[in-house]
Each structure stands twice: as structure tokens, then as C-alpha cells.
Ligand binder design. Structure first.
Ligand code: G1P
Ligand code: ZN
Length: 543
């Protein structure tokens, strides 16, 4: 068993995006591609000799091969121990939990989140720091810089590690400990939520359906929802993780979680429905024939937090990503706690939570979380909701409607234009930036443009500045249109248009969001020239 130094050439395209490096599997399968990036991580994060690393992924195609490569490279780069999930599996929030609980130096998570998996589909890798959260931009930029200058990587010549059996093995002078992927996480959930109350709810006839979408949360949901909380067998559907997610798109929204949506809108629908994504960090919440927008969900969790054991002492503050609706801002105001607006992506919440400035945070993209870990957490959100329902003894719909009546409703929708030619998408953004001066003060029907800008964020903890985070067209009544290019796609460009209109009048709360937002949508298309510049009449997905 010897350490080999292998010479290599840099790949120019290893810039981490919103959440790590994501590429098609064949790109990762090129000789040295994964190795280069892993070496760039190790060279950037300066782990002390003998440090502990956490390793796991969402089980998608290429997960096992990548785990073996990373283990051998960790052994050759001076790590003392790697905690790896059984079978190479760890959901993203569970990885964050394990890093924190075992005080590891950091972790490597293999996932392309909600993107499809399979031999021709997506794969991804990211580094999380000792707080359990995604590496900050300073670190991801350092990794990118190293990747562009790399000349060699180090790897231990040795046989593969058995990943399916729990226990410890040696890899050179490094130990590999295969851990149960679920138990640390399940224990954390039990400490936050009133499992007895939820169990009583579920055994009192309240029916639920959780769609794991053939992704990583299957085993977690089976253990927690069916076994520990006693939901009827079969309450968790699509529970076996598959390398290709059953050919589906493991993204919990009304379009892709169609199996669940059909059940929740069908005859004899259960009382509560939920789904999570490929790596288990996203969530969608549904009542009987009722959809809760992620932005509303965040606001609701904040408003009801003190009903839940883990949050009974109240919230230090809340945070939302810039495109997320301002529903939570209203709750923060009522609770008299700070509310932070960050750029898109979970990495910006970590500093705020480490500094105890926020307890809950979320994004419109079906991500909600708290300071219990440093990732968004799909199953956690589901349990939080169940705990609230158990405490309030009302339906999901009744809870949401009462919330709107008290705070007003932020109608919200996101239009995604996927796979656009990069130049056309960039053209739309450039055109918008050029229009700031002419748009400001202009009136369009009932909307007047108060201001326009390209969102920039100064981190209140470390002072770092992130510019160019999305074009905002802000109207005088609080309505907003945001334009942003995705940082997670692997093909062409994805342009996201976020629409938000505030409505205080209860008599209008029953409206369908698309109906309430019609005028804003027309306006968004008009000012961006999106249709003529990209040749697209229709968005790929509306959420
Ligand atoms: C998308 C979401 C963003 C989320 C990220 C990772 O990023 O919009 O909120 O944090 O996935 O799950 P985007 O493709 O927009 O850059
Ligand atoms: Zn995800």
C-alpha cells in the first residue's frame, strides 16, 4: 500500500456554483477530473494532520465510485479518520448533523440535489466546513483557483473499502468508520420535536403521505415517520433510493412530485402530504388539496415556532434569500426580531447562524432550515409542520388561511426558463441592467417602479461582499420582480423570474396565485424582452 503522486493537468471548468461543483456524470468520469477537484479541496482547506472528515452522498449514479476515490485520496492527504455513511449514503442535512455532532474538520457531500441522476445525468460534489455548512465563497474561490493551477494529486494505492458493513477498517494510516446513516439524524429530530404529540396525531386518524421520490430520504423517512412516529405502513412512498431516482426528477414541487400531487388532490386525500429532493434538503408541504408555498411555509414556521419544543424559547432572528417572498419579514416585524435578506444559496445563512443572529431561515426554492444543522433540511420541515398541526389541532389549510388573515398574503410564483442559449440569457440580464434608469419611477397600470438594482450583499459577520446576485425591480407597493441566472444548472443557462405581490385584503386571499400575479407576469416579460431575446414563449417550470 503506497501513496502515489499522479501528475495531472487542470480543467478550466471547475468553478463551484450555488452549491458546489455540478456536472454531467461523463464529465466527472474523465480521467483525473474528480481527483483534481478533490485535491483542490484538500489543498485549499488546510486540514490539520490526522483530521476527521465526513463523507457521503445521495446515492445517485457514480456515488460509490466517487466515495472510493475520495477515501483513498483522504488517506494520502493526511486525514486521520473518515466517517462514511453506510453504503456511501448520507442525506445533506444528515451529513451536516454528523459533522457537527462528531466535531469533524469538515465533510464532502456528493450530490446534485434535485437534478436527475444516471449515467448521462448529473453528479456533484461540495465541501462543508466544521460548522456543518457549505464552504463560504472565500473557500470555494480558493478551491477554484487551486483547480486551475493543479499539477498533481495524491492517492493511496489500495483495494476498495467495504461500504455496506458498519464498523471500522484501516486505509493506510487512516481509519474509515462506516456509520449508520440515519441514527444521529433521527436522534437530533427527537430532541427538537414532540414525537409523542405527533404520534398521537398520527394514531388519531390523521393521514399522511411522504414522497421520498426514490431518493436519499427514503430510509430516513421510513425510520422516523413510520417506525418512530408510528404512521401507517406505506405512508412513505417511493422509499427505496435508486441511482437514477426511478428516472424521475427528484425535485419536490407541483410539477415533478406528480405522484404525490395526484394523491393529495384526489378523492379521499390524506390530511398532510410532503416530499423531499434527491439529497433530502428540500421539502414541499401540502394539505388536503392545498399547496403551501415555501415562502409562506417559512413565515408560518417562524410565527408558530414557540409551539415547538426545540424553539420554545423564541427565535434570535430569521433570514431569507433575496428572491424569497417577504412573508417572513412581516412575521419578524410582529415578533420584533431581525430579518436578514441574503443572496441565493444556503452558504450565506451559516455565518448568521454561527453568530447566533438567526434561528430559522429559508428559500423560495423549497428550502427551509434552522440552526440545528447548517444545511436546509427537508424532513425537519415536515416534522416541524406535523408538530405545529399536532399542537394547533387544525388542518394545514386552516392554519395557512389564518396566517394570511393576520399578516396579509404574499402572492408568489417563480418562472424558470431552462436550457437557454447562454448568450441569449446573458443578453436579457444585460438589457435589464441597462434599463434601470429608464424604469425607475415609471408607472405600469397599478404598479410604479420605486427602484431597480443588482442585488449586492455585505455579510454582517465577516464583511465579505457578494455582488451581482440578481436584478430587482421593486415597486412602490412592495411588489417585486426579480431576474436571476441559476448557478446550479449543467446545461446552457437557466433564467429564473420571481414574482411577488402583496395583498392585505382577505376578500382576495382565495385567488389563484397565477391570477393574482397576471399583470406582474406580463410586465416582467415586457421589460425583460425575454420572449424575443430567447425565443421562448413558455417557461419550462412554474412553481
Ligand atoms: C437553486 C435554488 C437555490 C438553492 C440552490 C441549491 O439555485 O434557486 O435557492 O439554494 O438551488 O439547492 P440556482 O439554480 O437558482 O442557483
Ligand atoms: Zn437538495
Amino acid at each position: 500500500m503506497s501513496i502515489r503522486t499522479v501528475s495531472t493537468h487542470p480543467f478550466p471548468d471547475q468553478k463551484p456554483g450555488t452549491s458546489g461543483l455540478r456536472k454531467k456524470v461523463p464529465v466527472f468520469q474523465q480521467p483525473s477530473y474528480l481527483e483534481n477537484f478533490v485535491q483542490a479541496i484538500f489543498d485549499s482547506v488546510n486540514a490539520p494532520q490526522g483530521a476527521t472528515l465526513v463523507l457521503g452522498g445521495d446515492g445517485r449514479y457514480y456515488n460509490r465510485e466517487a466515495i472510493q476515490i475520495i477515501l483513498k485520496m483522504a488517506a494520502a492527504n493526511g486525514f486521520g479518520k473518515v466517517l462514511v455513511g453506510q453504503g456511501g449514503i448520507l442525506s445533506t442535512p444528515a451529513a451536516s448533523c454528523v459533522i457537527r455532532k462528531h466535531k469533524a474538520f469538515g465533510g464532502i457531500i456528493l450530490s446534485a440535489s434535485h437534478n436527475p441522476g444516471g449515467p448521462k445525468e448529473d453528479f456533484g460534489i461540495k465541501f462543508n466546513s466544521s460548522n456543518g455548512g457549505p464552504a463560504t465563497e472565500t473557500v470555494t474561490e480558493a478551491i477554484f483557483a487551486k483547480s486551475k493551477a493543479i499539477t498533481s494529486y495524491r492517492i493511496l494505492d489500495t483495494a476498495d473499502v467495504v461500504l455496506d458493513r458498519l464498523g471500522e477498517t484501516a486505509l493506510g494510516s487512516m481509519k474509515v468508520q462506516v456509520i449508520d446513516a440515519v441514527s444521529d439524524y433521527a436522534e437530533l429530530m427527537e430532541s427538537l420535536f414532540d414525537f409523542a404529540a405527533i404520534r398521537a396525531l398520527l394514531q388519531g386518524g390523521f393521514k399522511i403521505k411522504f414522497d421520498a421520490m426514490h431518493a436519499v430520504n427514503g430510509p430516513y423517512a421510513k425510520e422516523i415517520i413510520e417506525k418512530r412516529l408510528g404512521a401507517a405502513p406505506g405512508s412513505v412512498m417511493n422509499a427505496v433510493p435508486l441511482e437514477d431516482f426511478g428516472g424521475g426528477h427528484p425535485d419536490p414541487n407541483l410539477t415533478y412530485a406528480h405522484d404525490l400531487v395526484e394523491i393529495m388532490y384526489g378523492a379521499d386525500a390524506p390530511d398532510f402530504g410532503a416530499a423531499s429532493d434527491g439529497d433530502g434538503d428540500r421539502n414541499m408541504i401540502l394539505g388536503k388539496r392545498f399547496f403551501v408555498t415555501p415562502s409562506d411555509s417559512l413565515a408560518l414556521l417562524a410565527a408558530n415556532a414557540t409551539l415547538v419544543r426545540g424553539y420554545a424559547k423564541g427565535l434570535a432572528g430569521v433570514a431569507r434569500s433575496m428572491p424569497t417572498s417577504a412573508a417572513v419579514d412581516r412575521v419578524a416585524k410582529a415578533l420584533n426580531i431581525p430579518c436578514f435578506e441574503t443572496p441565493t444559496g444556503w452558504k450565506f445563512f451559516g455565518n448568521l447562524m454561527d453568530a447566533d443572529k438567526v434561528t430559522l431561515c429559508g428559500e423560495e426554492s423549497f428550502g427551509t432550515g434552522s440552526d440545528h444543522v447548517r444545511e436546509k433540511d427537508g424532513l425537519w420541515a415536515v416534522l416541524f409542520w406535523l408538530n405545529i398541526v399536532a399542537a394547533r389541532k387544525q388542518s394545514v389549510e386552516a392554519i395557512v388561511r389564518e396566517h394570511w388573515a393576520k399578516y396579509g398574503r404574499n402572492f408568489y410564483s417563480r418562472y424558470d426558463y431552462e436550457g437557454l442559449p447562454t448568450e441569449a440569457a446573458n443578453g436579457v440580464m444585460l438589457h435589464l441592467r441597462d434599463s434601470f434608469a429608464t424604469l425607475t419611477g415609471k408607472q405600469f397600470g397599478k404598479y410604479t417602479v420605486g427602484s431597480c438594482d443588482d442585488f449586492s450583499y455585505t455579510d454582517p459577520v465577516d464583511g465579505s461582499v457578494s455582488k451581482g446576485q440578481g436584478v430587482r425591480v421593486l415597486f412602490s407597493d412592495g411588489s417585486r420582480i426579480i431576474f436571476r441566472l441559476s448557478g446550479t444548472g449543467t446545461e446552457g443557462a437557466t433564467l429564473r423570474v420571481y414574482l411577488e405581490a402583496y395583498e392585505a385584503d382577505v376578500a382576495r386571499h382565495h385567488l389563484d396565485a397565477q391570477e393574482a400575479l397576471r399583470e406582474l407576469i406580463r410586465l416582467a416579460l415586457d421589460i425583460s424582452e425575454l420572449q424575443t431575446r430567447t425565443g421562448r414563449d413558455q417557461p419550462t417550470v412554474i412553481t
